[in-house]
Design a protein around this ligand. Sequence first.
Ligand code: GLU
Length: 281
Amino acid sequence: MIVTRFAPSPTGYQHLGHAFAAVTARDAARGGRFLLRMEDIDLARAKPEFELAVYEDLAWLGLHWEEPVLRQSSRFDAYRTALNQLDSLGLLYPCFCTRAEIAAEIVRASEAPHGPEGAHYPGTCRNLAVEIRAARIASGAPFALRLDVVKAAASVGPLSFVEEGRGPTGEHGTIAADPLLFGDIVLARKEIPTAYHLAVVVDDAYQGVTCVTRGNDLFAAAHVQRLLQALLDFPAPHYAHHRLILDAQGRKFSKRDKAATLRELRSRGETPQTICARFRN
Ligand code: GLU
């Protein structure tokens, strides 16, 4: 049976792009299970009113999902367990760098490799001497946890994932994973004991998701999420990335586009039918 999910971060009102993603994930389940997951790890930005608005908007659109909804803010213990597992494999290191220090180091090392999110982390803290690390931790300096991706990728060997939809440049079928694409990703932020890639992978496995349906702006993430699945011994879900619904300027909708929120469209007299009709264009 197919299990899909829609996994919004409740940090703003839902817009047309979210509605399209939710409806696409529901349809991709083809009568199987459709799950809704609140990606609310960023406790400072995820607001209860936005979460309630997600439920309301999706119900208004005619979607049904299983209860209870999994909220990532209730899953920090599970993320910690996964971090401990990766740490016991010797694949994590504490990173004390500030954003400004990373930016300065990237300028100094002008040949730093780049990925979909810009320059890779230059590796400043990867090779810190054990005593220096211990002293900094003891001094109470805040640190993130990064994955040593070269070491991690070498430990699992070549990986691939199955794309049932399309990536941004038409990627489809069995794709060779490039786990080094983002460099040494953060798996636990300084202020939050997890981070996006880790939480998604842990929860997709926990919820038995068989097909990750989401916008193709997250296609690249599959490369490194596949690595985390392999390291944590999780099954590899299939992926079905879909196109994005864009604004009149061809940009992704953002929180600033109040006019494209489902609330606003609804108040202007749109119905679930007229909204869904927009997706057929
Ligand atoms: N929470 C992410 C977002 O709102 C989606 C994560 C995913 O589908 O993997 O963009």
